[in-house]
Design a protein around this ligand. Structure first.
Ligand SMILES: NC(=O)c1ccc[n+]([C@@H]2O[C@H](COP(=O)([O-])OP(=O)(O)OC[C@H]3O[C@@H](n4cnc5c(N)ncnc54)[C@H](O)[C@@H]3O)[C@@H](O)[C@H]2O)c1
Length: 251
């Protein structure tokens, strides 16, 4: 049987690119996203019998449980979870709407935790059979260096990194390795459509001299799913072209 992946936030940006890469490598990929239209678009584009779309709002404990059980029940195992579903809402913390704050934490933190929680029994089965069992969480450079107007988002991403540390340590005995990636600005719809009416701006080109493409992030996902990462768990890897390394003041 081929390797089985579940990707949340599959219909756009980094999640979409992760699906494409895994399909290219012969994996069977289950793509979860809240947007049916987006899932329809990528299903058509991938045109692969190995891609299985699921409409899923990761904020719903019942839906996440039922979809993971459905996938795990049919395949008997999950070899990798890529938790990429995420949202950004921007406002000064003192003025932010409660609904926006809740949305950021419900999707980025609670939804990511629920996805891992429901996938872990099937990752354990894979590990028990001597197969690959990995989780890759999408944190952010904002976990390391937050921005004004992005306080809730930055707090949600440091929470992702903290969950990754503890889950990584808790699940190491089961043979499941769990890590997070902290991208700097990546050219995806999240950044393209972000609200620029306030003080928030994307970090822009990194010290490396450009903005990242989803591929730059997915290459590190590939590493974390490889045998080369067999002794890596509970960590957050910045993939930001040096953005968080040092501040370069404007000229
Ligand atoms: N783009 C960046 O610059 C950047 C930087 C650092 C971290 N990240 C993180 O990487 C991840 C992917 O971001 P992206 O840039 O690809 O964003 P994106 O907006 O292109 O894709 C995110 C996907 O998540 C889905 N989603 C949103 N809410 C959902 C929900 N409740 N249930 C299921 N799916 C839901 C969206 O429909 C979308 O398809 C996010 O967690 C984001 O915070 C992005």
């Amino acid at each position: 049987m081929s390797q089985i992946a579940v990707v949340t936030g599959a219909a756009s940006g980094i999640g979409e690119e992760a699906c494409r890469d895994l399909l290219d490598k012969g994996w069977t990929v289950h793509g979860l996203d809240v947007t049916e239209e987006g899932l329809g678009r990528i299903t058509e584009e991938f045109s692969s019998e190995n891609f299985h779309p699921f409409v899923c709002d990761v904020r719903s404990a019942e839906t996440v449980k039922s979809i993971m059980s459905d996938i795990g029940g049919r395949t008997g195992k999950i070899n990798a979870l890529i938790a990429s579903a995420g949202v950004i809402r921007l406002a000064p913390l003192a003025e932010m709407a409660v609904e926006d704050f809740d949305m950021v934490f419900d999707v980025n933190v609670r939804g990511l935790w629920l996805s891992a929680r429901e996938a872990i029994p099937f990752l354990r089965t894979a590990a028990g059979a001597g197969e690959l069992a990995r989780i890759v969480m999408l944190s952010s450079v904002s976990a390391l260096r937050p921005k004004i107007d992005g306080g809730a988002y930055g707090a949600s991403k440091i929470a992702v990194s903290q969950l990754t540390r503890v889950l990584g340590a808790e699940c190491a005995k089961d043979g499941i390795l769990i890590n997070a990636i902290a991208p700097g600005t990546v050219d995806t719809p999240m950044v393209q459509n972000a609200d620029r009416s306030g003080n928030w701006r994307p970090s822009g080109p990194s010290p490396v001299g450009r903005v990242a493409e989803p591929k730059d992030i997915v290459r590190v996902v590939r590493f974390l799913l490889s045998e080369d990462a067999a002794y890596v768990t509970g960590t957050t890897i910045p993939v930001d072209g040096g953005t968080s390394a040092a501040f370069i003041p404007p000229k």
